[in-house]
Design a protein around this ligand. Structure first.
Ligand code: SAH
Length: 459
């Protein structure tokens, strides 16, 4: 790479794209110097304009495509470019799946320094029908000409754009958001206004249990009053018989964080139910629950397969949330211990175990990196450990405990290939071998990819 950037701001140039970043931007190289261009695809030739130059890389804008990729398609969503929620709609679905597989392989090699002749990365497991998959909508409200609008923040702004349909959202959620917006408009309710910290209605969340047909609606508001409550709730219930729970969450703070601390049930139950496979889950307004139910089943089945349980094992499920993976594992193991940092989620996990008459699962609230070493000291030794950490990956102390405890198998479920690769390196250095990695497409049309990795202790 040259020390002086070989390109200048505002320069026009013809380039050929060779790669795609994990954020979905095309990568072209001039004498090895990378230029990132949103919307461009590998193999395309195009004219670009340089928009920003840094020491080791530059950004450009796509001006004219001269040779199109075979994998380019017209994005089906009319607000694709403004929204930014999806990054890959201009790439065919087959192209997306191949991109995600390659990304996982590249990162395991580059960051994890894994010997890729030994590790199998399988083709990404995709969906037959990769649209309308989300079971949860979380939509900000604003106003235009005195009326409520609901949609999304325009990319890199705080401006809300009204949206009538989101193609990755379940139709029921879309319909509910539209109806609530209309009903609240009839009663003249006001949206929260970020700049002046005034107004009332901040966000609306709708969650739909696709396997039970139960719906929860959450009003997130600045204050805990509710103008025209009775009339509004009646209209919602009349229009949507699927609604089993209506909840108000109050967030009085000046913040980007969506939820506040106060949650009140306005009508119906505190929970809705959904099933994954043959297990039933109670889900409350604040619980983490995977957003793509169809692919969640695919992911959990793979994790279960990699755990290779015979019924005699003790298993630890770290970062267990509301106990979803734990309860899957419990049916095939002797004993499962789940740990999770959010106390409410652990309450849900215990209730979910009861709900399914599962008696061999125990749950504890706390940091996985603190609770598991404690268990180990008390003599609890797992044959298999499953981890499913957030994007930042596993804490080092947890990885060290795994290396001390030496379970025969580790199953690593990850939503971030970068931290997965980093953590696999630590486990490999400590005596584990990564055998296979299965990417699963949990979030079609976005850059995100979920993986399950199977590791065994070398004898
Ligand atoms: N396995 C669950 C949840 C995975 S999401 C499922 O599939 O539904 C990751 C979870 O890790 C979240 O519930 C989050 O609250 C939890 N978490 C984050 N940091 C943690 C820590 N240090 N120790 C334990 N749990 C943690």
């Amino acid at each position: 790479m040259k020390t002086n950037p070989p390109v200048e701001k505002n320069e026009y140039m013809d380039v050929q794209f060779v790669d795609l970043t994990h954020e979905g931007a095309g990568v072209a190289k001039i004498d090895g110097f990378p230029i990132f261009v949103p919307n461009a695809l590998p193999d395309e030739k195009a004219q670009i304009k340089i928009t920003r130059v840094k020491k080791g890389y530059a950004f450009g804008r796509l001006m004219e495509i001269k040779e199109k990729s075979l994998h380019r398609q017209e994005a089906p969503c009319p607000v694709y470019k403004q929204c930014g929620g999806c990054q890959l709609q201009h790439l065919t679905y087959a192209g997306q799946l191949a991109f995600k597989e390659k990304q996982v392989r590249d990162v395991l090699e580059r960051i994890g320094k894994l010997d890729m002749s030994r590790v199998t990365v399988h083709p990404t497991l995709g969906m037959d029908e990769p649209w309308r998959y989300r079971n949860k909508a979380q939509v900000p409200l604003g106003e235009r000409e005195g009326a409520l609008i609901a949609g999304f923040y325009q990319q890199r702004t705080h401006e809300i754009i009204n949206m009538d349909a989101c193609l990755i959202q379940h139709e029921k959620n879309d319909q509910a958001v539209q109806a609530i917006k209309d009903i609240c408009n009839q009663f003249g309710l006001r949206a929260y206004e970020e700049a002046r910290h005034k107004g009332w209605f901040r966000h609306i969340m709708v969650r739909y249990g696709v396997n039970t047909g139960e719906m929860m609606i959450v009003f997130i508001t600045k204050t805990n009053d509710f103008p025209h409550k009775k009339a509004i709730l009646e209209k919602i219930i009349e229009r949507f018989p699927a609604v089993k729970s209506i909840v108000q969450n109050v967030n009085p703070k000046r913040t980007n964080v969506i939820f506040g601390d106060e949650t009140n049930v306005l009508w119906g139950e505190e929970y809705i139910y959904d099933t994954i496979g043959d297990i039933r889950f109670a889900i409350s307004a604040r619980s983490f629950y995977q957003v793509n139910p169809e692919q969640t089943k695919v992911l959990y089945d793979k994790a279960l397969e990699y755990a290779e349980l015979t019924g005699k094992e003790t298993v630890i499920d770290a970062y267990c949330g509301i106990g979803t993976i734990s309860l899957f594992l419990a049916k095939k193991a002797e004993k499962v211990y789940g740990v999770e940092i959010v106390p409410e989620a652990i309450e849900d996990a215990k209730r979910n175990a009861e709900l399914n008459n599962i008696t061999n699962a125990e749950f504890a609230a706390g940091e996985a990196e603190a609770v598991i070493p404690n268990w180990y000291e008390q003599g609890i030794k797992a044959d298999t450990i499953v981890v499913d950490p957030p994007r930042k990956g596993c804490d080092e102390a947890l990885l060290r405990t795994i290396l001390d405890m030496k379970p025969k198998r580790v199953v690593y479920v990850s939503c971030n290939p970068g931290t997965l690769a980093r953590d696999l390196r630590v486990l490999e250095d400590g005596g584990y071998e990564t055998q296979e990695v299965q990417p699963v497409d949990m979030f079609p049309h976005t850059m995100h990819v979920e993986c399950v990795a199977r590791l065994t202790l070398k004898s």
